[in-house]
Design a protein around this ligand. Structure first.
Ligand code: KIV
Ligand code: ZN
Length: 527
């Protein structure tokens, strides 16, 4: 293949701006609670992202709290919050970021004729005034301000240049070019970035933000980099609005694998953490990964045909352009079984970067033993799943599942009996359902007394094979509160019951939190 010379002479780092917790979470059906957001944020910091867009603080009190918790806790990445141009939005965003080591405010407004006319109902001049106002206010709060003209790829060039120049004059230090509706084609998008770079004077970094409606998000982002962009906005597993955003793992590995096409450019991502990050995001969002997903899919390094197997056995590079280990997809990661002790268990976890101590370790080890008795060997992926479920529920301390008995079959009515306990008190319920899982969930409803609607149910296997652990993620909605829960077991009905109960506990916790907020507000309102 002939290498096409890059249009851009600049060298240096490509900054990875992760928006999994903001744009990624906007994907239909994803509702992460603040604890889950924090867990993903911790892993993103371990992965080495430069910027972490934690959310859109003005969207809801829960979102504000999640951004605040991330800003307070996460070390390493710059923490970013999204804001519209309204002054109150910008101030609220700044308030959420107040405790961050380093903070960025990301201000956006639509600039395409279609968005201005149908959504904003504003003229071009009004939009320009908004840009000056919003970016200017953000620059009063922080030195690091990003500006995005939403729907940039359908915005007339002259107007976009005017808007971007106004943003720079008002204090923007990063100009993002969002392909909001995934309309871009690589060479066209690359030209757009080059054009901005040439025509907009000032000291700023150009960023790409590409959606995947035509399956071109990664290609467009890379075209942007070749044309001079030095920040790329991405989501883990490519999640996001509609068809999603450019996938972090794809952009990072394309840059790492083809230095001939991106001379002198590198990211600071610890690529060995990619697979684990991908699995975590997939589990907590309930978005399963397609098997053939580039870089992090379970088949990304699997070879089926005899010719390929022969080649790879003789020399890996015959059919592999990346090493599995380089993206954390280490093969032959074995394996704990029922004879393994607590020490080996905690060491294996530490190797995976999971540090659990004290009561949480006891609980995870007890669950590991219980599962190891039913399954011959447990892989790294199994271990992670067990610990996440067990530690998650230990921290949440709500109802615990004591007993589950189900009966069903082709002729019997599916029936379940459940015993749960909380604070030493046990309660029991029996229910019938459409199937055994339905009966188990209804019995839990009876035993816990929480009436909720099951809005999403996802079942997958943690690893392959007949003895794989079943991994269930459910989402419940109760009186306007949404919560998800996970359960892992060799038995899929038990996994579903555990997931349902974990979600019930989260709804109850969220209710308690909401009650506390209302009480505090009342106190604050009292003179
Ligand atoms: O897709 C988009 O335009 C966005 C902006 C808020 C950057 O997500
Ligand atoms: Zn977007």
């Amino acid at each position: 293949m002939t290498a096409i010379p890059a249009t851009n002479e600049a060298k240096g780092d490509v900054v990875i701006f992760d928006t999994t917790l903001r744009d990624g979470e906007q994907a239909p059906g994803i509702a992460l609670d603040p604890g889950e957001k924090l867990e993903i944020a911790e892993q993103l910091a371990r992965l080495g992202v430069d910027y972490l867009e934690a959310g859109f603080p003005v969207a809801s009190p829960g979102e504000f709290e999640a951004v605040r918790a991330i800003a307070r806790t996460i070390e390493g990445p710059v923490i970013c919050g999204l804001s519209r141009t309204q002054l109150a939005d910008v101030d609220r965003c700044h308030e959420a970021l107040a405790e961050a080591e380093r903070a960025r405010i990301h201000v956006f407004i639509s600039t395409s004729p279609s968005h201005m006319e149908h959504m904003l109902k504003m003229t071009a001049d009004q939009v320009l005034a908004e840009v000056r106002q919003g970016v200017g206010r953000a620059a009063e709060h922080v030195g690091d301000v990003e500006f995005s003209p939403q729907d940039a790829t359908r915005t007339p060039l002259e107007f976009m240049l005017e808007v971007l120049a106004a943003a720079v004059a008002a204090g923007a230090t990063t100009l993002n070019i969002p392909d909001t509706v995934g309309y871009g084609i690589p060479w066209d998008f690359g030209d757009l970035v080059a054009y901005v770079r040439r025509e907009v004077p000032g000291d700023y970094v150009i960023s790409t933000h590409c959606h995947n409606d035509l399956g071109l998000a990664t290609a467009n982002s890379l075209a942007g980099v070749r044309a001079g962009a030095r920040q790329v906005e991405v989501c883990v597993n490519g999640i996001g609005e509609r068809a999603g955003n450019a996938a972090l793992e794809e952009v990072v590995m394309a840059l790492a694998t083809r230095p001939d096409q991106f001379p002198g450019l590198a990211t600071r991502i610890r690529t060995e953490e990619l697979a684990r990050t991908s699995r975590l995001v997939s589990r907590l969002t309930g978005y399963q990964l397609q098997w053939n997903k580039a870089v992090v899919g379970r088949n990304a390094f699997a070879h089926e045909s005899g010719i390929h197997q022969h080649g790879v056995l003789a020399e890996r590079s015959t059919y592999e352009i990346m090493e599995a280990a380089a993206v954390g997809q280490s093969a032959g990661q074995i394996v704990l079984g029922k004879h393994s002790g607590r020490h080996a268990f905690s060491q294996s976890l530490e190797k995976l970067g999971i540090i659990v101590r004290g009561a949480a370790l006891d609980a995870a080890f007890a669950r590991f033993k219980e599962l190891a008795d039913r399954k011959v060997q447990l892989t790294d992926a199994d271990l992670e799943a067990i610990v996440e479920e067990e530690v998650g529920s230990a921290l949440e301390a709500g109802f615990a599942l004591e007993q589950l008995e189900v009966q069903g079959g082709t002729s019997a009515v599916p029936r379940a009996r459940v015993v749960v306990s909380r604070d030493g008190r046990r309660s029991e319920a029996v229910a019938e359902g459409d199937g055994m899982i339905d009966a188990a969930c209804r019995a839990i409803k009876g035993a816990t007394g929480l009436s909720a609607e099951l809005t999403s149910f996802n079942v997958s296997s943690v690893t392959g094979g007949i003895d794989a652990l079943g991994d269930v993620v459910v989402q419940l909605e109760s009186e306007g509160l949404k919560a998800s829960g996970r359960g892992v077991s060799t038995d899929v009905v038990e996994a579903a019951a555990r997931a349902y109960l974990a979600a019930v506990n989260r709804v109850l916790r969220a209710r308690a939190r909401a009650g506390a907020v209302v009480a505090t507000r009342r106190e604050e309102a009292t003179p």
